[in-house]
Design a protein around this ligand. Structure first.
Ligand SMILES: Cc1cc2nc3c(=O)[nH]c(=O)nc-3n(C[C@H](O)[C@H](O)[C@H](O)COP(=O)(O)O)c2cc1C
Length: 169
């Protein structure tokens, strides 16, 4: 089976090169996020790009010292602008909306030859303070972007038959 290369080849990068990301590539990644679908097309997101080295290092500290956080030349803090909207199924929309936007960004990044890694291991209160995120908003996740310094070993997945079924659970 052949998937599209950005899905086939993507890995969570743990070591980034200091080589900066070309501005047009970074813009394309952010644009991919902007075009993601969202519940009722509410687009409840704000993407804060952290490319300043001092601020990246502070975010690394808030991410419990994970070195690849400060190493990545760009960190996108994927924030929500609305945490209240519940979908008709009773679930909050914002984690899904933000996750879709970040997924689009990851795939576009990979297609541009740029590595990425989602980060959720951080002290949100600290990250909000560093990035001046309003008190009532959430930093749903961080997306590290940059050229890989080395590729990690590919991870495994549960077998297809274990995770897919037709017509019944
Ligand atoms: C919701 C979520 C949270 C994650 N948090 C972190 C994190 O804090 N630090 C990190 O290095 N990787 C993090 N990852 C990356 C996962 O460890 C990685 O996606 C998983 O091991 C599968 O590997 P792969 O992405 O290379 O296929 C996170 C991924 C997801 C989807």
């Amino acid at each position: 089976m052949k998937l599209i290369p950005p899905i086939e080849e993507r890995l969570s990068i743990q070591k980034f090169s200091p080589k900066p990301i070309e501005p047009e590539k970074l813009t394309a990644v952010l644009e991919a996020g902007r075009r993601a679908p969202s519940a009722k097309n509410r687009q409840p997101w704000r993407f804060i790009v952290v490319d300043d080295e001092d601020i990246r290092k502070r975010v690394e500290t808030a991410a419990f010292g994970q070195e690849h956080v400060g190493q990545a030349p760009a960190i996108v803090a994927a924030c929500t602008t609305n945490i209240d909207y519940l979908m008709p199924n009773g679930q909050p929309a914002y984690p899904i909306d933000i996750t879709l936007a970040v997924s689009f960004m990851m795939i576009q990044a990979q297609a541009e030859g740029i590595g990425s890694c989602i980060i959720t291991t951080y002290d949100e209160r600290e990250v909000k303070e560093i990035l001046t995120v309003p008190f009532s908003m959430r930093v749903v996740m961080l997306l590290l972007l940059g050229y890989p310094a080395e590729l990690p070993f590919p991870t495994t997945r549960k077998p297809f038959e274990q995770v897919v079924s037709f017509n019944h659970w």
